[in-house]
Design a protein around this ligand. Structure first.
Ligand code: ADP
Ligand code: MG
Length: 237
């Protein structure tokens, strides 16, 4: 659509792929176009988010439409909400039937930060958000504790999976955050183990990064199906 093209140009959004959903004009469209629950809009307002950032405008409708994506947008441009928003909307409510969302971050600090942001977004709504800690990775009864979204470094999830303490076969959403760092030597094998453990055939994968080197893009393409590529600004700025 001509209108979408102009709007993307205005916000420096570059896309490739077939049938890409229209970017969000405003957060109000989350409700009008995608029937977003009011708790999430209320928490957004409380956080002071007034307008979606460019990556949020494009990645949110893409993921909500059930398409996989890999996205490159600068540091500080709101990538966390770009993946948390569609996951929270799609999961709808807490469940005790196993882990449905996994977010991989390259460091413990980033995982903790992402878990904090996620908890702010679900304020007033029941959801089981878990940050994987050392103790949790080792605990025998991890699978008995309810968990909707698990946030972790690849090392800790891969360790728990290997020890048969974690079942990822029902995961519906897998996010690789800061993928340029996740795909660095030493981490990439752990990421691969987690990707394999998430064996649900209808899983939706996404990848977010501040830079998208060709090697990362190639790896992304081997993992994903019919993915939409979203670049904000210039590719590796
Ligand atoms: P990135 O992962 O791209 O580096 P973050 O997701 O950490 O960026 O977001 C950076 C900061 O911007 C955070 O403090 C976050 O709460 C805030 N933020 C995210 N989206 C918006 C928005 N739409 N409006 C205002 N602030 C936002
Ligand atoms: Mg980030």
């Amino acid at each position: 659509l001509e209108r979408d093209a102009l709007f993307r140009k205005k916000h420096n959004i570059h896309v490739s792929g077939s049938n890409i959903p229209s970017p969000l004009q405003s957060f109000a469209e989350l409700k009008s176009r995608h029937s977003c629950k009011s708790y999430l809009l209320r928490n957004l307002a409380e956080l002071g988010f007034k307008e979606p950032t460019p990556i949020q405008r494009q990645a949110i409708p893409v993921l909500l439409s059930g398409r996989e994506c890999f996205a490159c947008a600068p540091t500080g441009s709101g990538k966390t909400f770009a993946f948390l928003c569609p996951i929270l909307m799609k999961l709808e409510r807490a469940s005790k039937d196993g882990i449905r969302g996994v977010i991989l971050c390259p460091t413990r600090e980033l995982a903790a930060q992402t878990a904090r942001e996620c908890k702010k977004l679900v304020k007033g709504k029941k959801f089981y958000i878990k940050l994987m800690t050392k103790q949790l990775a080792k605990s025998a009864d991890f699978s008995k504790q309810p968990c909707d979204i698990l946030i972790s470094t690849p090392f800790r999830v891969q360790f728990a999976v290997r020890k048969r303490k974690l079942d990822l076969s029902k995961v519906e959403f897998l996010v690789l955050d800061e993928a340029d760092k996740l795909f660095e030597l030493g981490l990439v094998e752990q990421v691969d183990a987690v990707v394999k453990a998430c064996s649900n055939p209808s899983i939706l994968r996404s990848l977010f990064s501040a830079t998208l080197p060709d090697t990362v893009e190639e790896l992304a393409r081997t993992i994903m199906h019919d993915a939409v590529r979203i670049i904000i600004g210039r590719k590796n700025s």
